[in-house]
Design a protein around this ligand. Structure first.
Ligand SMILES: Cc1cc2nc3c(=O)[nH]c(=O)nc-3n(C[C@H](O)[C@H](O)[C@H](O)COP(=O)(O)O)c2cc1C
Length: 213
């Protein structure tokens, strides 16, 4: 039976808002789950051995290529075996945490996971991205247009030439507002965004659970 692959990328454990919202998703999801916490167990960066191993006969792998290929194989097998995906990827420096980029670089391999010219093996599978951020990046916000995470991730995960997943993003905003006295007037907006994110996550889990059943 296929499972939900839940990848966590926030460095903050239980204090992470993305993880807390993911908790609402998980509480409503009844199927099996495989959980990988990149903050606790980061995957290595892609090395020259890892890239060259992809187009070298395994019988001719050096020990470094063999080890790099083993890591990629494990992550790709885990990725391809899932029927649905939950990614908690907070906004760090206007883009994704480096641990998540390292994971993407390991699993995105032409001929194995990438669509490129054909359809990706994961095409059409549902994926939920939960991305907390300290500021506000929505329409009319001072930071509008400076979110280089969600548009990038929706392309990497969702484009038919890459992984082709059916991506929905859940975005709790203004998470730093309660800690900044000068922004206290934005607390109601933060609370509204957070409550909406928990509700959206819960509903998505129920919908996807029914789709998977
Ligand atoms: C290293 C780092 C970089 C951050 N960069 C940004 C940023 O560029 N824009 C922003 O709005 N918030 C930024 N923040 C704030 C986080 O997005 C915010 O604390 C969010 O709640 C983190 O997600 P989490 O609670 O799931 O860990 C940053 C936080 C950290 C730790």
């Amino acid at each position: 039976m296929s499972y939900l692959l839940h990848i966590d990328a926030s460095s903050l454990g239980e204090a992470s808002i993305s993880r807390q919202v993911a908790g609402s998703f998980r509480a409503a999801w009844r199927g099996p789950v495989v959980h990988r916490d990149l903050a606790v167990s980061p995957v290595p960066h892609l090395t020259a051995a890892g890239i060259s191993a992809r187009h070298t006969d395994p019988a001719r792998h050096t020990p470094e290529q063999g080890e790099a290929a083993r890591i990629q194989d494990e992550l790709i097998t885990e990725f391809l075996g899932a029927g649905a995906y939950l990614f908690t990827v907070p906004l760090y420096n206007l883009t994704m945490p480096s641990v998540f980029k390292a994971w993407l670089d390991q699993i995105m391999v032409v001929g194995r996971t990438l669509g490129f010219t054909d359809s990706a093996p994961t095409a059409g599978r549902p994926a939920v991205v939960i991305s907390a951020r300290g500021g506000g990046y929505g329409p009319g916000a001072p930071n509008e247009g400076r979110d280089h995470l969600i548009p990038t991730l929706e392309t990497i995960l969702g484009w038919s030439h890459t992984l082709g997943l059916d991506v929905t993003s859940v975005i709790p905003e203004l998470t730093m507002v309660p800690d900044i006295p000068a922004m206290a007037d934005l607390i109601p907006l933060h609370e509204k965004s957070l409550a909406a994110a928990h509700e959206q996550a819960r509903r998505l889990a129920e919908t996807l659970d029914r789709r998977a059943a």
